[in-house]
Each structure stands twice: as structure tokens, then as C-alpha cells.
Design a binder for this molecule. Structure first.
Ligand code: CTP
Length: 414
């Protein structure tokens, strides 16, 4: 059986009383929405359908409203008397939004905020977690624009449900077809069962690079994109934790949407150190994912350094080691997780860092592994503790985040 949270064993009925907005779009798989509705309602959920104009070409609102016992919403204005449907109210009402089937067109509009129908406006004002089950032919699915849009949506914290694995996979074979209704419903159940597992916990996460100023226009930096740290922040928040995300200078496309994530933007290692030292005492755990510069220029030139034709020497001084400092002030009951990106003697180096920085476990990724490390959407990790290790296959960063947070939760209950 394929791994992933889709196939977790679920205890109790997690959908009882849950309010689900079901978005239906113009795909032949729209008939399967009826099966989704039937199963959701059987499990005690309340379902409100929002359908796109194209969706209505595939399935009639009468069928859908008969199944949900609610009028189907598809237009901004239900009648010509000035009353209108409020997408904002729907966004507040729902415990989850599921878009199944989701066409390439709807996925593109969601990724880019093209709010030209009721489904997209509802999505844009949704406060609850959003699940997307793509449905299209393989060529459309495999097109770089569709893949890019799915990754964008995932980086915003949305959940992509795909056949077989229940999440956005790193390979394309056999993809595009909508996941079966019972597996989609199982995804929602699994999500709600995990949803509260970190409720009341506080997690500090560092992400991205740091920039160390040379002069007003230049800096020393690195290639870290912040994607792994943002994926970790989304995963912890999805499980109910309050997250302090301290991030270095990342691209403006890196945005957080989850209300439980509080973002603190910093630039240099020193600023990141100060933010972390003041936050960590009130945290339950910290995951240090940032690629912190080990050195900074000893002095920062006030004016732009001019070209002279001679060699230029910049003297560097060591930055504070945030991880080691947090390791020193770590108290009983707190957990500290580090990362190690290595190019050689990976496990020996990672083990040494685990001990030196007082980590509870360390996440190792090797630059030797294709698809691992900086500036990729995937990662391949090994988790090392003082007395053991677990290797994981190459996965999307959102899925890697689940493995890391699972390990954190296991470690925290010990
Ligand atoms: N780290 C940190 N502060 C630093 C440097 C590193 O908090 N000034 C953290 C990273 O976020 C990571 C872990 O320490 O979780 C290991 O980072 P890495 O750069 O691999 O370790 P270094 O101790 O800097 O070792 P190296 O000599 O390999 O760069």
C-alpha cells in the first residue's frame, strides 16, 4: 500500500457535524461529486455545493440540491431582487472546502486569483483548509503551467489530492484522473483526525537564507528558497499548532495564508538570532530550517565599494550559531530539531551537529541526491537521532514536512 496520510487508520467519525463547501467544475468526473456528497452526508457532514457555469453542463443543480438538501450556489445573484450570495459568509461557515473535480482552468484561476465566478471568490475568501482533486487528461495535467499552478496552490497551504497517494506526487505517471470518491472522503477524515494533534503547541520555525551586508547594495547570501521551512510551518499549523515563522529574505511569492502562522521577517543572521532567542523560551519546539550564514563582513561599508582594479579583501567574522545557542537554553520538555545539508561524510557530519547543538533529531539532506536541497520542490531526507536513523524516498517538500512533523510529534510525547 502506498504511504501517506490518506491511508491512516481513522478512529471515530471525524466528519460528524463538519461543514463542507464542495466546489464542482466542468469535468466529466462531475458525476462522481454525487458519490462524494452521498458519503459525506452519510458520515454526518453538511454539504454546500458551489458550482461553476461549466460544471452545470455536466451535472444538474437539481440532482445536487436533492442530495444536499440545500440550494446549489452558482451565481453571485440568485434572483433579480438585489439579494446576493455572500462568498465571505461561506468562507467563514466552512470547516473545509473541497474542489472535486478541479479542472486545469479552475486550478489556474485559483493560483492567480482570477475571481470571475462564485467558486473562485469563495476560494479566495476561504478561512478553512482547502482540498483540490484535479481531473483532466494526462497531457493537460503534465503541462508545465498546470504543474506550476498546482505547486503554487500547494505552497499556499492547500492540499492536492491525487490518485493512489492522496497527495501531490513527484512523478506524473497515471495522473490527471480524479481520485476515487471514497479516497477523497478518506483524505478529509484523515485531515480532521490529525487536525487537532498539535493544538495548543507552539513551534518556532526558521526558514530561508540570511543576507550579510557588504555595503548598501551588496550582500553575502545563499541559494535557500525557504520552501522547506514554509512547508513545515503549514504542516504544523494544519495540525493546530501556533507557529512563529522567522524567515530570512525569501521571494515575494513565498506567502503564508494560515491564520495560525505568525511571520517575522529578518535579514541577517544576527537579526534571526535575536528573534529566535526571544521567542524560544515560550515555545514547545523549534525546527531550524534556515540556511544561516556562518560569517558576516566585519564592517559594512557606508558607501558603495568602488572598483579599483586591485584585489579586494573582505574580512569576515563569525555569526552567532542560533541552533547551538537554543540548544544551550533548551529546557526539559522542549524539542529542538536541526537540519544538515552536506556534500560529503554526510552521516558523520550530521551526527556531530546533532550532539554539538543539542538537537533531539537532525534532518539530513545530501547535495549528492538529485532533487534534494536548495531551490527544488522536492527533497530526500534521512532523520537521525542519537541512536538510530530513518531514510525516506524523494518526495514533494509538503510531504517531507509531514514526515518531519510526524517525527517531531513522536519525539514530543516521549
Ligand atoms: N544553524 C544556525 N545558526 C547558524 C548556523 C547554522 O541555527 N549560524 C542551524 C541551521 O539552521 C541547521 C543547523 O544549524 O539547522 C546546521 O546548519 P549547518 O549550516 O549545516 O551547520 P554549521 O554548524 O554551520 O556547519 P557547517 O560548518 O557544515 O556549515
Amino acid at each position: 500500500m502506498v504511504e501517506g496520510w490518506l491511508f491512516l487508520c481513522i478512529e471515530g467519525n471525524m466528519l460528524q457535524g463538519k461543514k463542507i463547501v464542495l466546489g464542482i467544475t466542468g469535468s466529466i468526473a462531475a458525476y462522481k461529486s454525487c458519490l462524494i456528497i452521498r458519503q459525506l452526508i452519510k458520515k454526518g457532514a453538511e454539504v454546500q455545493v458551489v458550482i461553476t457555469p461549466a460544471g452545470k453542463e455536466f451535472i444538474t443543480p437539481i440532482t445536487l440540491s436533492a442530495l444536499t438538501s440545500k440550494p446549489v450556489i452558482s451565481e453571485f445573484f440568485s434572483q433579480r431582487d438585489g439579494t446576493w450570495h455572500s462568498h465571505v459568509d461561506l468562507g467563514l461557515w466552512a470547516d473545509a472546502m473541497l474542489i472535486a473535480p478541479a479542472t486545469a482552468s479552475t486550478i489556474g484561476k485559483m493560483a492567480h486569483g482570477v475571481a470571475d465566478n462564485m467558486l473562485i471568490t469563495t476560494y479566495l475568501s476561504m478561512k478553512a483548509p482547502v482540498f483540490i482533486a484535479p481531473a483532466m487528461d494526462l497531457d493537460m495535467y503534465a503541462h508545465p503551467s498546470t504543474q506550476q499552478n498546482l505547486q503554487t496552490l500547494q505552497s499556499y497551504g492547500n492540499h492536492i489530492i491525487e490518485p493512489g497517494t492522496g497527495f501531490l506526487a513527484s512523478k506524473l505517471e497515471g495522473k490527471g484522473r480524479m481520485e476515487e470518491p471514497e479516497n477523497i472522503v478518506a483524505c478529509l477524515e484523515s485531515f480532521f483526525s490529525q487536525h487537532e494533534s498539535m493544538k495548543g503547541k507552539k513551534v518556532l520555525i526558521t526558514a530561508g537564507p540570511t543576507y550579510e551586508k557588504i555595503d548598501p547594495v551588496r550582500f553575502i547570501g545563499n541559494y535557500s528558497s525557504g520552501k522547506m521551512g514554509f512547508a513545515l510551518a503549514n504542516e504544523c499549523a494544519n495540525r493546530g499548532a501556533e507557529v512563529e515563522l522567522v524567515c530570512g529574505p525569501v521571494s515575494t511569492s513565498m506567502q503564508v495564508k494560515h491564520p495560525l502562522i505568525h511571520r517575522v521577517d529578518v535579514e541577517s543572521a544576527k537579526e534571526m538570532y535575536e528573534a529566535c532567542m526571544s521567542l524560544y523560551p515560550s515555545m514547545d519546539s523549534a525546527i531550524l530550517c534556515a540556511a544561516v550564514a556562518d560569517y558576516a563582513p566585519e564592517t559594512v561599508a557606508e558607501q558603495k565599494v568602488k572598483r579599483t582594479g586591485d584585489d579586494l579583501v573582505i574580512r569576515l567574522k563569525p555569526n552567532p550559531d542560533i541552533a547551538a545557542s537554543l540548544g544551550q537554553i533548551k529546557r526539559d520538555g522542549q524539542t529542538l530539531v536541526g537540519f544538515a545539508l552536506e556534500t560529503n561524510d554526510e552521516e558523520t557530519n550530521a551526527q556531530a551537529k546533532l550532539k554539538k547543538k543539542n538537537f533531539d533529531f537532525i534532518v539530513l539532506n545530501s547535495l549528492k541526491d538529485e532533487g534534494a536541497g536548495f531551490r527544488t520542490d522536492t527533497n530526500k531526507i534521512t532523520i537521525l537521532t542519537a541512536d538510530g536513523k530513518q531514510e525516506y524516498p524523494l518526495k514533494m517538500k509538503a510531504e517531507v514536512a509531514k514526515d518531519i512533523v510526524d517525527a517531531l510529534e513522536r519525539m514530543s510525547v516521549k
